[in-house]
Design a protein around this ligand. Structure first.
Ligand SMILES: C[S@@+](CC[C@H](N)C(=O)[O-])C[C@H]1O[C@@H](n2cnc3c(N)ncnc32)[C@H](O)[C@@H]1O
Length: 422
């Protein structure tokens, strides 16, 4: 399925002049992506000795830790039941009443250990201790001042299992820190995972992270895997159906059967210019309106213009006036080049109100750092353009790592069957 030596048939590859021949660059992309699509072979991503996780300066692509994202308690328990093995050392953060803790205790057996952590409670059922305390013999409960204090958690793990650290982390911060926990949970993983050398995976209960796991895709995986591409095509076709139904409703006709679920735009994250440009073929259709943010001299915008054809519109925006002036001269075929800041929503809506696809390649989020800014900007653009946006392609190392690390629980649970969801 994964070609190390040649490009994927049906997907054009692009490269900048600086990067040399397209074919050579594209091979590089495939080598980088030769691991596996998310959810296909999580077992192959296991293995001791991997350090690091989201948002870190990684030396190797293999260093991305798998984060299984669960939307609710049922998924959380199902994943933990399948993910935790006899002898594991589990760090559970957000143990609450100890329901999940009993499950973990059962899974790790006598050879394993569970460190269950939560903040002190003065009200409610926890006042009188954890429910089912007797059957949790062997579990170390620990109250901490903050469940997001990575250093304190690291010290507690070290006290319990030594420097070898935890093999699985189970994180449910919902009760302790609020409902939208994307950043809290991500920050905790980013700080804690590097100090756990044996860490196999992280299981998270978070609605926000679960949504992101379903939405973010690695462009490299898509470019290398026909199966993943067909799953993406299905996802976008579903968006179309839902949009069509909503449009009919607005126009007073009877709505179709599509639910609102599935209308979220997909986010494709790539690292190389060649990956970024190759995504044009994956998401752009003739007649589309395409927007590029951070168009520089307009090379990718011109490729977008070619893809949307004469019925389509392409807008290239850049913060640099000099770039925009040169782009206009170099690529007169492009509908419009303008100066704008990608963070200025009002300007974006004025210059390009209804894009079908957005290509995003701005400084600050393209490298290994800048995860917070990257996630925030993508969220902002998705919210701004949700009614029409089908796909957002972003060139960003940190977001690409995020996309590769996050696995939706249903995909992970279905990992032995065909790759269908991501
Ligand atoms: C790597 S270049 C883009 C290359 C271009 N996408 C291509 O494929 O040829 C990054 C561009 O982002 C622009 N940029 C940086 N910050 C920006 C911002 N906040 N809003 C818009 N453009 C920005 C820079 O001026 C620069 O031209």
């Amino acid at each position: 399925m994964f070609s190390l030596n040649k490009g994927t048939p049906g997907v054009r590859s692009y490269s900048s002049a600086r990067q040399g021949q397209a074919g050579r660059r594209f091979r590089g992309v495939c080598v980088f992506r030769a691991l596996a699509p998310k959810g296909v072979l999580p077992g192959k991503l296991r293995g001791a000795g991997r350090r690091v996780s989201i948002g870190r300066n990684l030396k190797r692509a293999e260093d991305v830790v798998e984060v299984v994202c669960c939307a609710n308690t049922l998924e959380y328990k199902r994943v933990l039941e399948a993910a935790v093995e006899h002898g594991d050392a589990v760090l559970e953060v957000g143990a609450q009443l100890g329901d999940t803790t009993s499950l973990l205790r059962r899974m790790v057996g006598k050879a394993g250990s569970v460190l269950a952590v939560d903040t002190p409670r003065t009200m409610g059922k926890r006042e009188s201790g954890y429910r089912g305390e007797e059957e949790l013999e062997g579990v170390t409960f620990q109250e901490v001042t903050s469940v997001t204090d990575a250093l304190q958690l690291q010290q507690l793990v070290e006290e319990l299992v030594g420097e070898a650290g935890a093999t699985v982390m189970a994180l449910d911060l919902t009760t302790s820190t609020g409902n939208d926990l994307l950043l809290d949970t991500m920050a905790l993983i980013a700080h804690l995972a590097p100090s756990q050398p044996r860490l196999k995976r992280v299981v998270v209960k978070s609605g926000a992270m679960s949504c992101h796991a379903g939405q973010y895709h690695s462009a490299g995986v898509l470019l290398c895997s026909p199966l993943a591409r067909s799953a993406l095509a299905n996802q976008m076709a579903r968006q179309n159906q839902v949009r069509g139904a909503l449009l009919m409703k607005e126009e007073g006709e009877e709505a179709g059967t599509g639910s609102l679920k599935g209308v979220e735009p997909v986010v494709l994250c790539g690292v190389e210019v060649s990956e970024y440009r190759s995504c044009v073929d994956l998401v752009v259709r003739e007649g589309d309106t395409a927007l590029e943010l951070g168009c520089h001299l307009g090379h990718t915008t011109a490729i977008l213009q070619e893809a949307v054809g004469p019925p389509g519109i392409t807008v290239g925006l850049d913060i640099g006036l000099g770039n925009v002036k040169l782009a206009r001269i170099k690529h007169p075929s492009v509908s419009r080049f303008e100066v704008a800041d990608a963070w200025n929503s009002a300007a974006l809506i004025r210059l390009c109100p209804c894009p079908d696809v957005v290509f995003l390649d701005v400084g600050g989020i393209s490298g290994a750092d800048g995860l917070l800014e990257g996630v925030a900007l993508v969220r902002q653009l998705v919210a701004l353009y949700r009614p029409t946006l089908r796909a957002l392609v972003v060139k960003s190392t940190c977001l690409q790592r995020l996309a590769r690390g996050l696995v939706p629980a249903p995909v992970w649970l279905d990992r032995d069957s065909d790759y269908t969801a991501k």
